[in-house]
Design a protein around this ligand. Sequence first.
Ligand code: ADP
Length: 364
Amino acid sequence: MSQIRDLIIDRIKSIIITVDGCKSNVIDEKLVDDIVVANRKAFISIRADKSNIEKYKQLKIKVEKVLENIDDLDSFSVTLTSHEDNPLSKNQSNKSTKKGIDSISNIIAVASGKGGVGKSTTSINLALAIKNLGYNVGILDADIYGPSIPKLVGENKKPKVSDQGKILPIIKYNISIMSIGFLISEDTPMIWRGPMVISAINQMLNDVDWGVLDFLIVDMPPGTGDVQLTMAQKVPMSGAVIISTPQDLALIDAKKGLEMFKKVNVPIIGIIENMSTFICPHCKEETYIFGKEGAEFEAKRQNVDFLGGIPLEVAIRETSDAGEPILSCYPEASVSKSFLSIAQKVVNKSDAKGKSNNPNLIIQ
Ligand code: ADP
């Protein structure tokens, strides 16, 4: 693997650039942020300055050209990531990368302490529910470890790029959708390192033509590690919604999630309890498979709002697997109404809080 990496470095090094009148190359000028090779696929990120984007687009094409026909490499992806301090643009004035998301009023993180609790399922249905309430909504699948939004909405086409060099989100169910899953293939296990994650998220946030959005729902990666913490710090979130099952174990992780957002001063909008109950479709008997009201109790204990519960329902799993969220298939179903009621609470709290002023979008 490291041999391929070395070969990639050598090839990129062959691209000669001029910096302050002197000849140099892309590697020596530290324009390559990161190179990750996994499973015969490579992911290369290049530090770019938005104020000089045309130059960097040409550079990207050159890098793609030199990387063609490498034995042992099935595919590669070259992305541009925004930076302020860039040798190719020393004389340019710095521009804030925050500008690109000025058109988004509320960025809301949907997070869970661990995987498998229904975070992505809840994220997409919450996005659709907020849309149904009459708002302009986008969803950013930032779950770099297992991007599942493409599957949940039944889409996997590659996003197009506008004439202005912006990535155009996929539009489905009248919401704007962007996922790391659209950019890398489903079976690519990526080894993400902190700075690279932030570069990718930064690009998905700033280089995507989101248009004017009232709400951007961010489906966060599960867990509360450094990557999540940095993401919570770097993305200007208005607030966070925590998903948990009623089970003790999930709640311990959910608590860590609460702590994480508190640490970076992102207000907690509340907790949603997923898989809160199960009603047998045959005999209608109610069973609390993962315990009763655990998340509601924890919300009280932590002094945060309980936003509502979503039952464990076969239809939720089936519609998710079919790539058509339940809120789109069965908007009249009782569970869809539960999502709408939760969405209303999220909207009420977000509007009241307004947009946070986190200035930390630029990656140094
Ligand atoms: P996470 O994003 O937390 O990893 P997912 O949203 O991918 O979790 O959900 C994991 C699995 O559980 C999926 O198969 C999904 O369809 C299913 N699921 C999630 N919530 C529910 C629910 N309330 N009822 C039935 N199945 C659910």
